[in-house]
Design a protein around this ligand. Structure first.
Ligand code: GLU
Length: 283
């Protein structure tokens, strides 16, 4: 069932999440500069149109892995965290350079679950986002992989981007990855898999679809995207899952074209961000 998306044109505070697989060459594990340039151009243009935009970008660990000269993915936690430290700086250098070409200033915000759980640091993080956005700066967010331990890591940027959306009162979250939306089953294995255009309510049936329809690379599969959709939509934001292959998809979403699966916002009056961080969630 497809519904009218015209209202997406009026979104004001937009969070865009891009996964590692969308900005890296699969064969070499190096940055896909053409993709990154297209992303930067699209994000800059949203900002130029007068909207506020936050970019959540993965990639620190794979970029750092290459920069450190490792042939294989880091195997130990310390190695992974060291790669993240190297890669995050590289990634920001490239973003800063490319955004500057379009006369945009960017800022880096690295977070862990602890940032969100602890009242004071959560409030601080919110004020910092608000201040940056009011300055016209584009915040670029990632998990602080260098210091995050198992207890305080989000683990995937799908969840992180939904949390950021809820934190800043964003009204649209766009998740870009290697899948073009939600299917009733894994479309790579089941030719009968049905494409889902719009999700009004995240039912058990939708959650079950997420388990079947996995995305093949990156940390977050379809299940984490649906979990992210739950956080975003409960907080009052719409969410779209779309393919990053052609990044003109970003402007098409904002022009209300029917691309990607739309999860409709349904503000939950009992929404408390903290409930989603400690595992449970209030209905
Ligand atoms: N924070 C990780 C990185 O920058 C990525 C996590 C994810 O892809 O979800 O490499």
């Amino acid at each position: 069932m497809s519904s009218d998306r015209t209202y997406l044109k009026d979104k004001k505070r937009i969070v865009i999440k891009i996964g590692s697989s969308s900005i890296m060459h699969a064969q070499t594990g190096r940055m896909n500069l053409e993709q990154i340039e297209k992303l930067v151009r699209a994000v800059s243009d949203i900002a130029n149109s007068g909207k506020e935009v936050i970019l959540v970008s993965s990639g620190a660990i794979p970029v750092g892995t290459h920069a450190a000269g490792l042939k294989d993915r880091p195997s130990t936690k310390a190695q992974k965290q060291a790669c993240a430290a190297i890669g995050q700086a590289h990634l920001m250098m490239v973003y800063q350079k490319l955004f500057a070409e379009y006369q945009h200033t960017v800022a880096q915000i690295l977070m862990t679950k602890y940032t969100m759980i602890e009242d004071r640091s959560r409030r601080n993080a919110r004020s910092t986002f608000n201040e940056l956005l009011s300055m016209g700066v584009i915040p670029i967010v990632n998990e602080n992989d260098t210091v995050a331990t198992d207890e305080i890591e989000f683990g995937d940027n799908d969840t992180l981007s939904a949390i950021v959306t809820a934190l800043v009162g964003g009204d649209l979250l766009i998740l870009l990855s290697d899948v073009d939306g939600l299917y009733s089953d894994n479309p790579r294995e089941n030719p009968e898999a049905r494409y889902i255009d719009t999700v009004d309510v995240i039912t058990d049936e939708i959650i079950a679809m997420g388990k079947g329809a996995g995305s093949k690379v990156g940390t977050g599969g379809m299940s984490t995207k649906i979990a992210a959709a739950r956080i975003a939509t409960d907080s009052g934001a719409d969410m779209v899952i779309a393919a990053s292959e052609d990044l003109s998809v970003i402007s098409r979403i904002l022009k209300a074209d029917h691309v990607g699966t739309l999860f409709k916002a349904h503000k939950n009056r009992n929404f408390h961000l903290i409930d989603y961080l400690s595992g449970g969630c209030s209905e």
